[in-house]
Design a protein. Structure first.
Length: 96
């Protein structure tokens, strides 16, 4: 998984995201399983509503929790890797 800070990510079309209530819910249409986000994942789901870069996701965590940049980047990388392994996110193709 490419976690360069300029790569944009989005939820795949096989995933429905509900953000009207807290916590956010992610429904995997392929498996029928759903995920109830914890507080930090809820913030990241909100940030990923359209597309987001790793830098934007880590900024979101820094603002929400007042943590250092290195910790925020590491946490965002872990979440992106987890969501990628579940088939929930994909990189957005770069425009030429």
């Amino acid at each position: 998984m490419n976690t360069e800070s300029t790569t944009r990510y989005r939820f795949r079309s096989n995933v429905l995201v509900q953000t009207d209530l807290v916590p956010a819910i992610v429904l995997d249409l392929g498996t029928g399983h759903y995920f109830e986000a914890n507080h930090s994942a809820h913030e990241l789901v909100l940030a990923m509503q359209h597309t987001a870069t790793l830098a934007e996701l880590s900024d979101c965590l820094q603002k929400a929790y007042g943590i250092e940049a290195s910790r925020a980047i590491a946490d965002a990388e872990v979440v992106l890797a987890d969501w990628n392994s579940r088939g929930w996110v994909e990189p957005v193709p770069s425009e030429p």
